[in-house]
Write a protein of this length. Structure first.
Length: 241
């Protein structure tokens, strides 16, 4: 089973080509569409000052990372944790660009040569064209709790993104397990089962109330808002029920 690693970084700035460096790495492991509880989280001494405007975003100061290892000291541990996985990253070019620069300095290969990369920002734009698709917006859309996110943080953002990713791509159900476990017969199946006499009981027909139809319609509108399309709603609007 392919391991997936949800990854995020915090940095001293926006451009690794101009000397900006990684100062925090947060990774959350997913296996079988569930968070395993295994994480990789390190603060990194960037060997350069952290600008105040960057600290305002993530809250990390020079003093916070002064005694932390430099990237080269943890490169092997990080590479071994990520090797052969699918990386799930929001706005992947940003984080991959920074990590590739750090790995290159430390004498390690690029991430693309050893990992698959899935960009959840591109996935969200595909699913929700014309809408805001930053992490906070996706949390609101998929009802993921981001109340602790008063500042950016690599591990916290990875944990939140993992929940968003699982919700956006279908939830956390283990479909294989569900398929293996026989479900009890439904009421309809029991009614349709022939009796010893060969007769079947008639199926009861219960018409929904006006309030139930209204609640049903609101649910369809919610499905359309989240998924970008609802065939049932389109058919409902194009003709009688």
């Amino acid at each position: 089973m392919l391991r997936q690693i949800v990854l995020d970084t915090e940095t001293t700035g926006l451009d690794p080509q101009n000397g900006d460096r990684v100062i925090e790495i947060g990774c959350v492991e997913i296996a079988g569409r569930r968070r395993t509880g295994r994480v990789f989280h390190r603060y990194v001494n960037p060997e350069r000052p952290i600008p105040e405007d960057s600290t305002a975003i993530h809250g990390i100061t020079d003093a916070d990372v002064a005694e932390c290892p430099v990237f080269a000291e943890l490169a092997q541990e990080l590479f071994e944790f990520l090797d052969g996985t699918e990386l799930v990253i929001h706005n992947a070019p940003f984080d991959v660009g920074f990590l590739n620069m750090e790995l290159q300095r430390a004498g390690w290969p690029r991430l693309e040569d050893h990992c698959q990369i899935l960009d959840t920002l591109q996935e969200a734009r595909h699913r929700h064209p014309g809408q805001k698709n930053d992490l906070d917006s996706l949390c609101g859309r998929y009802e993921v709790d981001n109340s602790r996110r008063d500042k950016h943080g690599a591990l916290l953002d990875s944990e939140i993104l993992a929940d968003v990713f699982l919700a956006m791509t279908g939830g956390q159900e283990d479909l294989a397990l569900a398929a293996e476990e026989p479900s009890p017969a439904s009421a309809a199946e029991r009614l349709l089962a022939p009796e010893e006499t060969g007769q079947r009981e008639p199926l009861p027909v219960v018409e929904p109330t006006a309030a139930e139809w209204e609640a049903h319609h609101r649910l369809l509108e919610r499905i359309q808002e989240v998924s970008g399309g609802c065939l049932w709603l389109e058919r409902e609007e194009s003709g009688p029920r």
